[in-house]
Design a protein around this ligand. Structure first.
Ligand SMILES: Cc1cc2nc3c(=O)[nH]c(=O)nc-3n(C[C@H](O)[C@H](O)[C@H](O)COP(=O)(O)OP(=O)(O)OC[C@H]3O[C@@H](n4cnc5c(N)ncnc54)[C@H](O)[C@@H]3O)c2cc1C
Length: 284
């Protein structure tokens, strides 16, 4: 069985920073695995400017990848399926990899519609925000309007901006008394195609095959052909659930906690890389 001193799962901003941090600290055997073909994680689907010095997500990912040391083994298009307490990772394709230290940088999951108390069937036209962002920005999918977005946090606002740019009327529905996203994302609320409905939520979807509308808690019917669920993100730690808290396991990025800004992910990833290497050397 092959061995690596440091296995990093996830090559988003956190995993890339962790790999570089460990490498710069002196670690010479590092393997970075991602289920996607390219490094960058969620950055690759973010077409908006807002990363570092006003770069788009793909531009920022390209900058991160540029200075990536050649000595770090990057294994693309490979999913880590399971990690056991005897420090063996099972990868898709049947390969197994023994490691000394493990960094999970697996990002986050969106809260899906199924987790919400919304009545009605599940017709076509309902997406989570990240899923729709990927379809629109990477696969040229064009959703039909009008659109309703549940949740006015940053993800909801970014999608309101994208969809209104494509000419769709968008209604953001927010259960709190005001919009919850950052000021810089709130600028989309000034667009004539975007409206915000606060103090309510969606309790029912209408339509059999394709969505036709939503009903709010206050009884308002909002006709729509697209419903976007943007109610939050949860750290993705499925691989670690059964492991407890062994000293060889390190978490970073959105897998540890949800970070709204990529710079904090980079800083935390780098620290995780250094800590993993120091733990291996017995100096931590
Ligand atoms: C929609 C959105 C907009 C944002 N906008 C901004 C912004 O404007 N400005 C800003 O500074 N920050 C922004 N952020 C925040 C920041 O970009 C992210 O927090 C950061 O990029 C997350 O990095 P990550 O490495 O933790 O996770 P991710 O980028 O999600 O990377 C996780 C990686 O793990 C891989 N993976 C997961 N499980 C496995 C497995 N079992 N096996 C193999 N690979 C696996 C995934 O394929 C993925 O590549 C935004 C975040 C989102 C979601």
């Amino acid at each position: 069985m092959e061995h690596t001193d440091l296995l990093i799962v996830g090559a988003g901003a956190a995993g890339i920073a962790a790999a570089k941090g460990a490498y710069e600290a002196g670690c010479t055997s590092i393997t970075l695995v991602d289920r996607k073909e390219a490094m960058g994680g969620v950055l690759l689907q973010c077409a908006h400017c807002g990363f570092g010095k006003q770069l788009t997500g793909p531009e920022y990912a390209a900058q991160l990848g540029k200075a990536f040391p050649k000595d770090i083994a990057f294994v693309p298009s490979t999913t880590v399926l399971r990690v056991s307490s005897d420090k063996i990772a099972r990868l898709s394709g049947g390969k197994q990899l023994h490691f000394h230290q493990l960094i999970l940088a697996t990002g986050c999951r969106e809260i899906p519609m199924g987790a919400l108390p919304i009545a009605g069937t599940r017709p076509k036209g309902i997406y989570t925000a990240g899923q729709l962002q990927e379809m629109v920005n990477l696969h040229q999918f064009r959703p039909e309007g009008p659109a309703v977005i549940l949740g006015s946090g940053d993800l909801g606002l970014i999608m309101a901006n994208h969809l209104s740019d494509q000419g769709l009327h968008v209604t953001l529905v927010e259960q709190k008394s005001s919009c919850t996203g950052m000021a810089r994302n709130r600028v989309c609320l000034k667009k004539p195609l975007v409206s915000l409905l606060c103090g309510t939520t969606i309790t029912e979807v209408l339509g059999e095959e394709t969505i036709e509308g939503c009903i709010t808690q206050t009884g308002t019917v909002l006709p729509c052909k697209t419903l976007v669920i943007a109610v939050g993100l949860r750290p993705e730690r499925t691989l670690a659930e059964h492991l407890g808290n062994p000293p060889w396991l390190h978490l970073c990025g959105n897998c540890d906690r949800i970070h709204p800004m990529v710079e904090t992910v980079i800083g935390q990833g780098k620290q995780a890389g250094i800590a993993a290497y120091e733990t291996m050397r017995g100096t931590l």
